[in-house]
Design a protein. Structure first.
Lengths: 785, 168
């Protein structure tokens, strides 16, 4: 017996285990190998747990193996009780002899008992190789960076500020307000968007907790979640925000002109400008692309606020969390000539129409074609002008076009303008939206089902061509103005930002949520959250809801120290590392960087999936809490002394697949007792060596049950594992192990029923092959003893 | 055939919608409940209440007035009862019939029928045979109508004049 003082408890579970498994036999068999053994009727009961604590103290036990139900049931309780007695969490092993043994082998007492004994032995051998581990705590910077000053960024900033958190809000334009401030009215209430957003914008500028950087861009972000270093580039604006009093004298004297972005370029503004009267901050900005550098503004400014030679400045921030709220832009329609955008003056985008409908818009509240000045008495809406179109590369629904078209239609009907809405489907799900749709119908807008094929000029009007699917006839409609509803898309800048932050985006180029249903405001990266259209097109209602949610995520993330679990990969043998960077390549979390020719694994970013370890050609990497030594000890412990005729080692992904296997037990399905389970974070943790090691020590078949590709907790690790195992399968034939002795499949939680068949089928295959040939095993054992 | 939207078409739609009962036309979202429930549509494939509503939206007067389309409606009001948007297609059909009468498009059969009412007070003649059947069912003989009065009312309202003037 070695120095470790191991205590083993075997639970009868009131017969649930002991009716099948001879628990006393196990205790008897193992007693000479450990310091203490006991059998309990109900191990999870208070007296039994107290008994464990007393025995630990009395016998000076430092490691504990509990053979009972699944660790998903009582691991936390056992752990906290043992920690009270000074047992390190790494020294507790739980052996599942109920869900994965007694319940599934109820007609095979002998096999189940042998299996339970093997599993207990495996745990004992493994725990001997364990080393104490401590989780680390990391202080977080209790400040947040919000990128984007639209309604999402504003809402998140205000909410965090209310919470007392320091917020840095970065906006690329001269004012916050985003697209929402461009809308005259918002659906479905038809309230004035400027009236509801302006007070929030003012609140941002007045909040002491919010540092606002307008006309600024995030240039670089380094560091780790909880402690990011951010470089912000404050673009030269030629005006000192501290001195500018917003009087506008500079604007009156300025000779430079440029297109007015706030009005979607439908009119001109001066080179020195304030984008709109209620801008926040209420200061002027020089557009250097349009500035003639005449100096007139500098001379005219009564506050001495203007410096034409403003070089801009770089600011460094230190924040704990980041919220991406950069919003959207409209798809460039110049690539879709059938709509004639940019060719015919009476074809505009929906955003341009928002400005035309604004009383303070480029046409001064007159309903005219901006370019020609012709009065507008009829308007046709073209929905899905690029959205839901795989040819355009925008196969998704832009989600708000139906509703904003209904809104604009109502505003137009109030002015007695003829409105035609050409649609494929009207999508108005959402509170009060159906009612809004009906009101639009009642106000007399005409809805035509059929996608517009083309728009052609006819005099000073344009002819809109589509089918009317209700009548099965073609329709030609001459109108004064056509409004296109283009796809809502992510900006190039946002895509670059996401790439630099290593935040994955989806096939529609929106930020991928950590979980689309259960964690929609988190990105795949810790400490980085998202709100609004950056996660997909949506209305203001949903955007603000997400903004509130993102604020809550930030508060949670920064509310205390971060606990860094001791499950990380590490460079165990720096001497043999050849600096090949294979580990850097494969890491799904991008947690590994090279420093001085050696990999540095960031503990905060490493998820503990184990995918890098087999990738290392020199075996220089290992994992805390699941070292190669522990894994091998577990394998040989289970197999070495087993008297079972046929032994199958099943590596099972520890969250989803493991749960599925437990569920099979709970449902009392049955499968052969040859199957012995070892749980792993992902199958990507496995080396070929581990599989051969298992064969060397007595396995006749090895199977892997991986989590589903996209649902597993370790992301990409669950994807690459399949390819890896596939390679191993063929490579083991070099050692004369038939590839049919290796099985890979994925276990979906609701698919637990199929596991009965999976286990049985593989058992039958291995049984057909018979036990691994002695000479093959002996040869392997020489190499993998 | 292509529908080309014109000023006249819009004017016709406005005129139909001014008729009491037909105001809610534009609420129609073309679900087809009216057609699926219509006892006439079950037997007459060209009679589609949904399409009648749609044709009115497009102001397709000629298409609506041609043939016996409008006079196929039995006036059972099933569409009225079942419409989820309260569009009242039956009322729209009534409005269209009124316009067809105003413009002299009354179907010849209907013309004869209406003239019969003015003459006999009934849409068909009541003779001994009808009254014997009524007696068998325990009913009194059909009242003898005041044909002069009926005709006077029909003429005073202008209805009879329009019926007589209809030249289709």
């Amino acid at each position: 017996m070695s120095d470790e003082k191991i205590g083993v408890w075997v639970c009868e579970c009131g017969g649930n285990i002991s009716d099948v498994v001879e628990t006393q036999e196990i205790a008897e068999a193992i007693k000479d190998e450990v310091a203490y053994v006991n059998v309990e009727r109900y191990l999870c009961s208070k007296p039994s747990v107290d008994g464990i604590k007393q025995a630990v103290e009395k016998h000076g036990l430092d490691r504990v193996v509990l053979a009972c139900c699944t660790p998903k049931m009582h691991r936390t309780t056992f752990l906290s009780n043992l920690e009270e007695k000074g047992v390190n969490p790494a020294f507790l092993e739980i052996v599942n002899i109920r869900e994965q043994c007694s319940w599934v082998h109820k007609d095979d007492h002998e096999g189940a008992t042998q299996k339970a004994l093997d599993l207990v032995r495996g745990a004992v051998t493994k725990v001997k190789e364990s080393v104490p581990l401590e989780s680390k705590r990391m202080e977080v910077v209790p400040e947040a960076l919000i990128i984007g000053g639209g309604v999402a960024g504003i809402t998140t900033s205000l909410r965090l500020s209310e919470n007392g958190m320091k917020v840095h809000l970065v906006e690329k334009r001269p004012s916050i307000g985003g697209h929402m401030i461009q809308f005259p009215k918002v659906f479905p209430t038809l309230d004035c968007s400027q009236c509801i957003l302006t007070p929030k914008m003012a609140e941002v500028s007045q909040s002491r907790n919010i540092d606002l950087y307008t006309y600024s861009e995030v240039k670089e972000i380094n560091g780790v979640p909880g402690d990011f270093n951010v470089k912000v580039w404050v673009k030269p604006r030629g005006v000192d925000p501290e001195k500018c009093i917003g009087c506008g004298v500079c604007n009156t004297v300025c000779p430079g002109k440029a297109k007015d972005e706030y009005n979607e370029g439908l009119n001109e503004r001066k080179a020195i400008y304030r984008p709109f009267p209620q801008a926040v901050p209420s200061i002027y900005t020089i557009d250097y692309d349009a500035c003639l550098r005449c100096g007139a503004c500098e001379k005219a400014c009564p506050a001495g606020a203007i410096d034409i030679d403003d070089p801009g400045k770089e600011i460094e921030l230190n924040v704990g969390a980041i919220v991406l709220a950069t919003g959207f832009e409209l798809y460039d329609l110049s690539g879709l000539p059938q709509y004639g955008y940019g060719v015919y003056p009476n074809v505009v985008t929906s955003l341009e129409m928002e400005r035309i409908l604004d009383v303070n818009g480029p046409t001064g509240s007159r309903l005219i074609v901006p370019e020609t000045g012709k009065e507008v008495n009829s308007v046709a809406y073209v929905l899905c002008a690029g959205s839901r179109d795989t040819e355009v590369g925008r196969p998704y629904c832009s989600r708000v076009c139906c509703l904003y078209s209904l809104k604009q239609a109502q505003l137009l009907r109030e002015r007695n303008v003829d409105v035609w809405i050409h649609y494929i489907d009207i999508r108005a799900p959402g509170r009060r939206y159906e009612e809004f749709y009906r009101t639009t119908q009642e106000k007399g807008a005409m809805f035509v089902k059929g996608k517009v094929t083309e728009i052609v000029p006819e005099g000073d009007q344009v002819l809109v061509r589509s089918e009317d699917m209700m009548l099965n006839r073609m329709v030609e409609n001459p109108v004064d103005l056509v409004v296109l509803a283009p796809p809502i898309v992510t900006t190039e800048e946002t895509l670059k930002l996401a790439e630099s932050l290593r935040v994955p985006i989806d096939e529609d180029q929106f930020v991928l949520e950590r979980h689309p249903k259960l964690d929609p405001m988190s990105t795949k990266r810790d400490g980085i959250y998202a709100a609004g259209v950056i996660i997909g097109p949506k209305d203001i209602q949903s955007t603000t809801a997400e903004a509130e949610g993102a604020a809550m995520k930030v508060v949670n993330f920064l509310s205390g120290d971060r606990v860094i679990e001791p499950n990380k990969a590490f460079l165990s043998d720096p001497e043999v590392c050849n600096g090949c960077e294979e580990c850097v390549e494969v890491c799904p979390e991008n947690a590994i960087t090279m420093n001085d020719g050696k990999p540095v694994i960031n503990d905060v970013m490493c998820s503990g999936c184990g995918a890098c370890i087999p990738a290392c050609p020199e075996n220089a990497l290992d994992q805390q809490g699941l070292s190669d030594a522990q894994l091998k000890a577990n394998i040989r412990g289970i197999l070495d002394h087993s008297e079972a005729e046929l032994k199958i080692l099943a590596f099972v992904e520890q969250e989803l697949a493991y749960t599925a296997v437990d569920l099979a037990g709970i449902a009392r399905l049955t499968y052969p007792s040859s199957v012995r389970i070892i749980s792993l974070p992902s199958m990507a943790r496995l080396k070929k060596e581990h599989i051969l090691y298992a064969f060397a020590h007595g396995a006749d078949g090895v199977m892997m049950l991986e989590a589903p590709e996209h649902e597993g907790p370790y992301g990409y690790a669950h994807v690459i594992s399949e390819e890896r195992i596939d390679e191993y399968r063929w490579e083991v034939e070099d050692d004369d192990v038939d590839s049919s002795r290796i099985w890979f499949s994925r276990a979906y939680v609701p698919d637990w029923r199929k596991l009965e068949r999976v286990f049985k089928t593989f058992h039958d295959i291995v049984d057909g092959e018979g036990p691994l040939e002695d000479d093959v095993r002996d040869a392997l054992l020489e190499e993998y003893s | 055939m292509t529908i080309t939207v014109s000023r006249e078409a819009k004017e016709f739609r406005r005129k139909v919608m001014e008729t009491p009962g037909a105001e809610k036309l534009m609420r129609c979202y073309q679900c087809g409940t009216c057609t699926a429930d219509c006892p006439i549509a079950k037997r007459v494939p060209e009679f589609r209440p949904r399409q009648i509503a749609r044709l009115v939206m497009y102001g397709q007067k000629e298409r609506l007035m041609e043939g016996d389309l409008l006079y196929l409606c039995a006036g059972c009001y099933t569409c009225y009862e079942h419409c989820p948007q309260e569009v009242h297609v039956s009322e729209i059909v009534s409005a269209l019939r009124r316009i067809s009468l105003d413009e002299g498009h009354l179907l010849p059969g209907f013309k004869a029928l209406m003239e019969g009412v003015a003459e006999m007070g009934y849409i068909y003649e009541i003779d001994e045979f009808e009254n014997e059947m009524r007696e068998d069912d325990g009913l009194p003989p059909a009242p003898v109508p005041d044909t002069d009065g009926i005709e006077a009312v029909m003429r005073a309202t202008g209805f009879l004049g329009k019926v007589e003037a209809s030249t289709r």
